[in-house]
Design a binder for this molecule. Structure first.
Ligand SMILES: Cc1cc2nc3c(=O)[nH]c(=O)nc-3n(C[C@H](O)[C@H](O)[C@H](O)COP(=O)(O)OP(=O)(O)OC[C@H]3O[C@@H](n4cnc5c(N)ncnc54)[C@H](O)[C@@H]3O)c2cc1C
Length: 378
């Protein structure tokens, strides 16, 4: 049995801890914020499950698979449906009142030619990333991209409850500010001895921590990583919006607005819950620069909301927004999980090599790290 410290209680850290405990190791999770779930969680305000921008999960993907196995209580969810998704410059993707257009759209989507606007729109909605044809793109066409009835906080809560049952401590408010082989240093001055450290704290924090172990290698391995940032706006409104659409996508500007209530009517209250996102476009993001600052990007997203959900500002019950958050931790290049295994450190997150994307990659690599603990013991 090894002593394992997992740094970060996001989806990757929680998934890793579940797996490592099952393998018989003694695990502690250290999380610098006061809440668990990282970017993949929600918080309820007046019944609106607000999160960090629009989040859809793939049916039977690693995240869904793990969560549904943890509890006997069925996880209820609803799919986003292409007959209620509009791509600007094209219209509704698969209109129910135009069978011919709908069949043609199905064919175009299957062929996935990247010049077609609906293909680009669906790729964007599926993975916030137009450069990859992903399992999520196929999932969107088969009604397999889902909104959770209980919000992502419910799914994270199931992971936390399972960890609690097996006696894993999740220590919130603990900032790990230095690591070395076999030791973790906390910002409050304490030092914890451990056999294996799993860095599930996002690439920026992981790079900072690992520099003190092997600066040269950290530079070589982390430098090619390219993150993509986004701005998001989440609003709970006491009115209907988006004219019954579940989502509107502007593929030219990489904007999308989702109405969770239209996707999942059982979410409760009247009105709607809009979650809007603007992806990339800053100088530091991959691709062309469209905005001089994150403030300008957020203002452009607000303008998009004004055009597509007119009057939304007069109906706000709850509101949250952020000008800059990392939405994609990596582009095509990802880091090998075991790049630092020889010094007792494993890595987990959506920036680690995996056949999956986004939250699914975090859970997949988290679980793999949990299973590989024995091979990283020094
Ligand atoms: C706007 C937006 C939309 C998205 N949409 C989707 C979607 O539709 N579908 C999907 O699957 N995914 C989506 N994602 C991505 C998904 O949220 C992330 O891939 C996933 O949540 C990342 O989980 P993680 O555990 O790897 O990292 P994080 O969630 O970043 O967790 C890292 C944790 O480590 C902690 N930490 C950092 N440094 C330290 C330290 N020094 N000491 C202790 N703790 C530390 C942080 O506080 C955090 O809790 C979206 C993300 C955004 C921002």
């Amino acid at each position: 049995m090894a002593r394992v410290v997992v740094v970060g209680a996001g989806l990757a850290g929680l998934a890793c801890a579940l797996e490592a405990t099952t393998a018989g190791h003694h695990v502690v999770i250290m999380e610098r914020s006061e809440r668990i779930g990282g970017r993949g969680t929600t918080q309820n305000f007046d019944g609106f499950p607000f999160g960090f921008g629009p989040h859809l999960f793939l049916k039977k993907g690693p995240f869904h698979d793990l969560v549904r196995k943890l509890s006997r209580v069925r996880l209820t969810s609803s799919p986003i449906q292409l007959h209620r998704v509009e791509v600007l410059g094209h219209g509704v993707v698969r209109p129910v009142d135009d069978v011919k257009a709908s069949i043609l759209a199905k064919k175009i989507l299957r062929e996935a030619s990247s010049n077609e606007r609906i293909v680009r729109g669906c790729r964007f909605l599926a993975s916030w990333n137009t450069s990859e044809i992903s399992e999520r793109y196929a999932g969107l066409q088969k009604n397999k991209l889902l909104v959770s009835n209980e919000g992502w906080s419910g799914m994270v809560g199931r992971m936390a409850a399972a960890l609690d049952e097996v006696g894993v401590f999740i220590e919130c408010g603990l900032h790990v500010n230095k690591i070395e082989t076999g030791k973790v240093h906390l910002a409050d001055g304490r030092e914890i001895e451990t056999d294996v450290i799993v860095l599930a704290c996002g690439p920026a924090a992981a790079r900072k921590l690992i520099r003190s172990v092997d600066e040269e290698k950290a530079k070589e391995i982390f430098s090619p990583l390219q993150r993509t940032t986004a701005s998001f706006i989440e609003v709970g409104l006491d009115s209907k919006s988006l004219s019954g659409r579940q989502a509107i996508v502007d593929v030219d500007n990489q904007f999308a607005i989702l109405d969770y209530r239209a996707i999942q009517p059982r979410l409760g209250l009247e009105g709607c819950h809009l979650s809007a996102v603007a992806v990339g476009g800053l100088e530091t993001d991959p691709g062309e620069t469209r905005f001089s600052s994150e403030g300008e990007r957020l203002a452009a997203l607000t303008n998009f909301m004004n055009q597509r959900a007119s009057g939304w500002k007069e109906h706000i019950v709850q509101h949250s927004e952020q000008a800059k958050i990392t939405i994609l931790d990596s582009n095509e290049y990802r880091i090998p999980q075991r790049a630092f295994a020889n010094v007792g450190i494993l890595l987990a997150g959506s920036w680690i090599e995996s056949e999956h994307l986004l939250a699914d990659a975090s859970v997949d690599t988290g679980r793999n790290a949990g299973r590989s603990i024995s091979s990283a013991i020094r």
